[in-house]
Design a protein around this ligand. Sequence first.
Ligand SMILES: Cc1cc2nc3c(=O)[nH]c(=O)nc-3n(C[C@H](O)[C@H](O)[C@H](O)COP(=O)(O)OP(=O)(O)OC[C@H]3O[C@@H](n4cnc5c(N)ncnc54)[C@H](O)[C@@H]3O)c2cc1C
Length: 355
Amino acid sequence: MANHEEVFDVTIIGGGPAGLYSAFYSGMRDMKTKIVEYQPQLGGKILLYPEKIIWDIGGLPPTPGQQVLENLNQQAQTFEPTVCLNEQIQTLTRRADGVFLLKGSSGETHYSKSIVLAVGHGIFKTAKLEIEGADRYEVTNLHYTVQQLDTFKGKHVVISGGGNSAVDWANALEPLAASVKVVHRRDEFGGHESNVNQMRSSSVEVFTPYCLEELHGDAAGTAIERVTLKHLETEECTEYPVDAVIVNHGYKMDLDFLLESPLQFETNEGILAVNEKMETSVPGVFAAGDLVSNDGKLRLIAGAYVDGAKAINQAKVFIEPDATAQAYVSSHNERFKEKNEEILKKDQLVTAGTE
Ligand SMILES: Cc1cc2nc3c(=O)[nH]c(=O)nc-3n(C[C@H](O)[C@H](O)[C@H](O)COP(=O)(O)OP(=O)(O)OC[C@H]3O[C@@H](n4cnc5c(N)ncnc54)[C@H](O)[C@@H]3O)c2cc1C
């Protein structure tokens, strides 16, 4: 692969909410920007819940994940950053002249004066069901995410897991599935209290302390038609017919490229340590989003946006020490002058057309 040395002002690793908002904000700061994302598409964890309605982003009415993702993508493209998809950053080093070298899985090296790490929980690996042969049902009725609620309409569904997602999906599917059973190893659920209460007071059947012990395939061996649930104290096993199994056993974090980097990042209980300015322990490398650990960290999309803006402001001052500490507000920012005129012109045309 051609590997000419084009040095960017900032390279953002990770194209989730933190990375996408950082890319928009770095455009406001007139920085030459690159986003590198491991997945074939941008969006980060929002790709896992496209149909879930998001309520807690300031100024946005309740909006499905897919729409938030599209809006975020559109906003991130405002200043046309360079985007590299299907590219996993595997090593981070720094040259004697201070330029960072980011080695990707494609074999390409990316060159940058500063870095914003926005890798969330790292390369996202869904924890799989530990039952031998379970993977053969992944193409039919064993699911690790719920992409479309309608897939489960009128079906008998078993959900294994006790975290936020398991509880959320149980509540979302309860009105449209024929039945929903939730199987969890402990009596306590990790989900938000109000969601757990909603689940417990609905028709959802809650099995605790239970585990999903066995999957039984149909005659063709291609789809699950029954499951065995085991009580963890009495070890009593019961079989139930099922049309679909959803597993939410959490996600595994893979941050090896950071934890094993020769740059030696400081961590805090396994998560990247940053100060209130989003500076890591390595000068020139900043971080944003779910990855970071600092006092008062808000692990939400809104928190990722604030982190991203702060990280970019620091990156700007790192490469240009005389730059202002933060971008000028967008409503009065000259960077938007032409774009505002276009928007206003379009609005006037629409108004004229409807009169
Ligand atoms: C089921 C679910 C529901 C949620 N609901 C809400 C909600 O209602 N409201 C809310 O505010 N928040 C919600 N959240 C949380 C929200 O999605 C996260 O806080 C947000 O996605 C964090 O953004 P991020 O950019 O830091 O990380 P992520 O979204 O995890 O994005 C990180 C990106 O970095 C990429 N990456 C990782 N390592 C590398 C590498 N080495 N090289 C290149 N790319 C890499 C990953 O592929 C990923 O795309 C929910 C989360 C889940 C799982």
